[in-house]
Design a protein around this ligand. Structure first.
Ligand code: ZN
Length: 93
């Protein structure tokens, strides 16, 4: 009898994150507001994706730097990302 074991080619829905998803959850990772499972997928993606790895390093460095700088020193792109994040939060997504 067949068991419920997934055969070759079967993919779990959350088996890997796309680059878009990674950039979306980076702020969650940095704020620690991320589920362990997502964190693992996040780390896995960074290991296999130089683009996201570089983006993460830049982002992480920016966040750390801005903690000791004034709000005016935050790059526009960063501000937009934070703004989007806040709008999403306010919208209850
Ligand atoms: Zn990527």
């Amino acid at each position: 009898m067949q068991t419920d074991q997934p055969g070759p080619g079967t993919q779990m829905p959350m088996e890997r994150l796309t680059c878009q998803q990674v950039t979306d959850v980076i702020i969650d990772y940095l704020t620690g507001d991320m589920q362990p499972e997502t964190k693992r997928l996040f780390s896995d993606h960074l290991e296999g994706c130089p683009d996201c790895h570089a983006f993460f390093n830049t982002y992480n460095g920016t966040v750390r730097a801005t903690r000791s700088l004034s709000y005016d020193a935050v790059p526009d792109e960063m501000r937009n990302r934070v703004r989007q994040f806040l709008l999403k939060t306010i919208a209850g997504e």
